[in-house]
Unconditional design. Structure first.
Length: 294
């Protein structure tokens, strides 16, 4: 049983999430919905990274989260406060269980899989870990009938690939390597060099190729922005701008992300706030083009 006494607002307030950083841009009602959604995503992700529990225990906890969100999606209350906070928004914005389920499957994958053979495997993981969050988000933002789904799927892929590059060292400490094995082999990068934190020109080449894939998804995202009510995507566009800046920072240090240089690719709260405000200013105008598409 999951019975968390901490509410979604407290969870979001304590986070340093790039997504949560943009919530102030939303109207109050949608801000509350996004706060509840973020808290759910944060908590299931925390289950996976809780090294004090065995893999089996963490898997059981995730299954409890699945059962609880299933109840809430069916209009029933659970003993999980975070899930219960979502019940109003699930009905209001037509948030379906299959998307929450895909997210939990993605989190479960982190317990079972620490290597990815190729781009196809990684793409599926990115879809479950990030694109489904995008799909849930665009529904809260007011898009229905799949009008923004292509955008959401691509922005999820772009952001998750950026996140993977940024967190190579942190993931390696947990024994995880998300960069596809086929890509590492192509550029002559050994797993041991990543696990031991050894930067090399070979790794830079592999990281640069993965970054190119992220940039391709950013471009596809910009091309898929709905022509009608595109301003409603402000919170996602602000987050994409933040991640785009992180990707540029990585490029400037030649993707030296597994050494002490990685401290240079962080963005502070003031920097994130400035990018959010900047995005809000530009998206007001007709003919808006995302910064990541210029």
């Amino acid at each position: 049983m999951v019975n968390d006494s901490v509410n979604s607002h407290q969870i979001t307030a304590k986070s340093n999430s790039n997504l949560a950083a943009a919530f102030f841009l939303l109207p109050k009602s949608k801000r509350k919905a996004m706060t509840a959604l973020y808290a759910f995503c944060r908590k299931v992700d925390d289950v996976v990274d809780n090294d004090t529990h065995s893999f089996s225990k963490r898997s059981d906890i995730l299954e409890t989260w699945r059962n609880d969100i299933d109840k809430v999606c069916s209009g029933r209350y659970s003993k999980n406060q975070i899930c219960n906070e979502l019940i109003t928004y699930i009905d209001q914005y037509e948030l379906t269980f299959d998307l929450f389920d895909e997210l939990i499957v993605g989190m479960s994958t982190d317990l079972e899989k620490v290597r990815y053979a190729d781009y196809k495997e990684l793409e599926l993981y990115c879809y479950r870990a990030a694109s489904v969050v995008g799909l849930l988000t665009v529904r809260i933002l007011g898009f229905k009938n799949g009008d923004a789904d292509v955008y959401a799927k691509n922005i999820g892929q772009a952001l998750q690939l950026t996140n993977i590059l940024r967190d190579v060292a942190e993931d390696a400490e947990r024994g995880r390597i998300y960069i596809p094995q086929s890509l590492l082999e192509k550029h002559g990068v050994t797993e041991s060099s990543i696990l031991n934190g050894k930067q090399s020109s070979n790794f830079e080449n592999a990281a640069r190729e993965l970054a190119d894939r992220a940039w391709a998804h950013y471009k596809l995202s910009s091309e898929a922005i709905p022509k009608v009510n595109s301003r409603d995507l402000l919170v996602l566009e602000a987050m994409a701008t933040i991640y785009w800046n992180l990707l540029q920072k990585m490029q400037k240090i030649n993707f030296n992300v597994i050494s002490d240089q990685r401290s240079k690719i962080r963005l502070g709260k003031l920097a994130k706030l400035a990018l959010c405000v900047q995005t809000r200013f530009f998206i007001r105008f007709n003919g808006y083009r995302p910064v990541y598409a210029r």
